[in-house]
Design a binder for this molecule. Structure first.
Ligand code: MOS
Length: 702
């Protein structure tokens, strides 16, 4: 039994026997032996291959499409254009209006598709389709001072502006003021598995294998568009990162094409280049920070004004100022967001949308304030730790930030470094250390159902969860085992399909919290009905229960990220010999899986800090470095020591398991820690990602 605070407050977390142990990933053997089928390689006899025709301008109207040459190519089965596409139902998402008209909203937009027996034929036929376009003027270059507007809401549904007190007056009166502008570039999701769809249209339904973070949401979308019964399978997904949360145009195009060839599977796996053209990205941000403080470090005013890119045809605004609403105490505060509309593919959710880029601005600004105050940056953060949520006044269900900072400092050897920058030159490399902190909300999505059936001596637990590599299948097995009071061997979890009860998406770091709470509720009902000696066929189900504490506590995960950086004194080359992330994320349900997921977040944070940047050429309106040669994602040679640790945290309010989400917080604060370490190493302050040799070479300081 979890004792102490949890019991005293009457909201104990549940007993753990399997939870907290590193149960092996259930589908591991299937994956390493190559028998786990993904959407793009699931067996489908006689599948036709789809190859799209894509817009070559950023904006315009199609005036003619000539498909004759493509149709005439042997092996071509069909060529689809807006002339013959059916009218689709309205999901409210402009990305879903595939082949519904003549308007081109962005370069790379799908304007036609070829179905053929072989991929080479399909590609050649797509090349033969002649699309005549009346090109219109477009804007694809981001200018923070150009046309912009205040959006109605941010990507996470929060309001764009939040002001407490009078931040401008407080800044004017503050003894110490730090103002600076930070920027983060456009970045693209690059899961190992690209988006892929295999779809077959039958008389009474369409059956779809989809690379998706949520089979049921995909089903709902397709059912609305095509007004038919839809079955979606997503047993194994090779990474999501947000891009697979919602269906994009390629999935719709594939189902639309399948409708043209009833009974025959149609397959479309995006090429890596198409991953840079049609499935979203993290949009560019410019963040204007202002911090006003007392000489002892207490912050009087905190301002985080964000200007970010969105698409003209579909709004998505990165909530980069969001975490500045809860990280630090300050009586006067403002966060604001403006959106710059561009003629590009629409941005979307990407691992820690808001927190990942926003923590770069906030946490670098905190470091600069610490320098201005001649105060240790950890101490500055501790002095501004809020006792309640600084904007809504709620107490925190648990908040491990200070403990993460302190235990991380200890583990990292923080106190062995002089605070002044540019003091350690070893073998021609300037070394320094930096810290960045972060948060990510802990919440529960409604709308899942879990079903438990006792059969053949095992409990079959069915819920439409998605395993996108994080280990949902395994962790839900552990949760079910503990909730039912049995061994994991007695549990068989069925997920990843609309043929099991509905599940919410693997998103918002809320998968385990949402599905797990639902499984626990179903298990409680099962035991209430049948006790611990059930008969074959005994059955119980439950919907996701509301969290009774959701309105009474502010709930979030916290982290402290530490980096050691080395910058070459002659070339400006930057390396990261050490990274450490310390996390306050409630109960860790499976240490091996958690470590792997958090470590992946840290590695991506390094990649964000040093490598990733999608470059738009405004003459053509598209991303020019659309492959792994031009867009570098951190690989083994870029990564040295990456250590993950967590504090003991018992949070009885988040859910019965006491677990906060860990999917996204791993990346939060890492880029700031690296930029702050680079300053400490060299005295050069880099405020724009990614950090490159040029930043040091042009500084005049090397
Ligand atoms: Mo995540 S970016 O909520 O899929």
């Amino acid at each position: 039994m979890t004792v102490g605070r949890a019991e005293r407050r009457g909201a104990p977390t549940m007993d753990a026997r399997s939870m907290g142990t590193s149960v092996r990933r259930i589908e591991g053997p299937d994956k390493v032996t190559g028998t786990a089928a993904y959407a793009g390689d699931t067996p489908a006899a006689d599948a036709l291959v789809l190859h799209p025709v894509q817009a070559t301008v950023a904006r315009g109207e199609i005036t003619a499409i000539d498909t004759a040459a493509a149709q005439a190519l042997p092996g071509v089965v069909a060529v689809l254009t807006h002339h013959d596409a059916p009218t689709l139902g309205d999901t409210g998402d402009p990305e879903h209006r595939v082949l519904q008209g003549t308007t081109i909203h962005h370069r790379g937009q799908f304007v036609a598709a070829v179905l053929a027996e072989h991929p080479e034929v399909a590609a050649e036929a797509a090349r033969l389709v002649v699309v005549t376009v009346d090109e219109a003027p477009s804007t694809t270059a981001f200018d923070p001072d150009g046309e912009s507007y205040v959006p109605s809401a941010l990507g996470n549904g929060q309001p764009p502006d939040s002001t407490v007190g009078d931040p401008d007056a407080a800044l004017a009166a503050a003894p110490v003021v730090m103002r600076a502008e930070y920027s983060t570039p456009m970045e693209h999701h690059n899961p190992m598995e690209p988006h892929a769809t295999t779809a077959t249209w039958f008389d009474d339904r369409v059956e779809v294998y989809e690379a998706s973070q949520g089979a049921d949401l995909a089903r709902q979308t397709l059912a609305t568009l095509f007004d038919t019964e839809v079955v979606v399978h997503a047993q194994h997904v090779g990474g999501g990162f947000g891009t697979k949360g919602f269906l994009h145009a390629g999935s719709v195009l594939t189902v639309l094409a399948a409708r043209a060839v009833p009974g025959r599977p149609v397959r479309f796996a995006l090429g890596r280049r198409q991953m840079f053209e049609t499935v979203g990205y993290r949009p560019v941000t410019v963040q204007r920070m202002a911090l006003g403080a007392e000489p002892d470090g207490r912050i009087d005013a905190l301002v985080h004004d964000v200007i970010g890119a969105t698409a003209r045809y579909k709004e998505f605004v990165e909530p980069a100022g969001g975490s500045s609403r809860s990280m630090y105490a300050a009586p006067h505060r403002r966060t604001s967001h403006r959106a710059v509309p561009l003629d590009l593919d629409a941005p979307t959710y990407m691992r820690a949308p808001g927190e990942a880029p926003g923590s770069f601005g906030l946490e670098c600004a905190m470091d600069e304030l610490a320098v201005a105050l001649d105060l240790d940056p950890i101490e500055l953060r501790v002095r501004n730790e809020p006792s309640v949520h600084p904007e809504n006044g709620l107490p925190f269900s648990s908040r491990g930030l200070v403990e993460c900072l302190r235990s991380g400092a200890e583990r990292f050897g923080w106190s062995t470094w002089e605070r002044a920058p540019r003091r350690r030159l070893v073998d021609g490399w300037w070394h320094g250390v930096g810290v960045g902190a972060g948060t990510f909300p802990a919440f529960r999505m409604p709308g899942s159902t879990a079903e438990i059936t006792f059969t053949g001596g095992r409990y079959v637990v069915a819920i439409g969860a998605a395993d996108i590599g994080q280990g949902a299948r395994t962790v839900l097995t552990q949760i079910a085992a503990d909730a039912l009071g049995v061994d994991v061997a007695s549990i068989a979890v069925e997920i990843g399909s609309t043929e099991v009860p509905v599940g919410s998406i693997a998103g918002g770091s809320a998968g385990t919290a949402s599905w797990g709470s639902t499984v626990v509720e179903a298990a409680d009902r099962f035991r209430d009905k049948y006790g611990d000696a059930p008969d074959d066929g005994d059955h119980a189900d439950a919907a996701t229960p509301d969290n009774p504490w959701a309105e009474e506590y502010a709930m979030a995960a916290y982290c402290a990220q530490f980096a050691e950086v080395a910058v070459h004194a002659d070339t400006g080359e930057i390396r990261v010999p050490r990274l450490l992330g310390v996390f306050g994320v409630g109960r860790i349900l499976n240490p091996a899986l958690a470590r792997s997921q958090l470590q992946g977040g840290l590695v991506w944070g390094l990649s964000m800090a040093l490598h990733e940047e999608s470059v738009v050429d405004p003459r053509f309106g598209g991303v020019v470095n659309h492959d792994f040669a031009g867009y570098h994602v951190a690989a083994n040679a870029d990564v040295r020591d990456v250590e993950v640790a967590w504090i003991d945290e018992d949070d009885p309010y988040v859910n019965p398991m006491g677990a906060k989400g860990i999917g996204e917080i791993g990346i939060v604060g890492v880029a700031a820690a690296i930029a702050n370490a680079a300053y400490h190493a060299t005295g050069v302050r880099v405020r724009s990602l990614p950090i490159t040799c040029d930043d040091f070479l042009t500084s005049g300081l090397l």
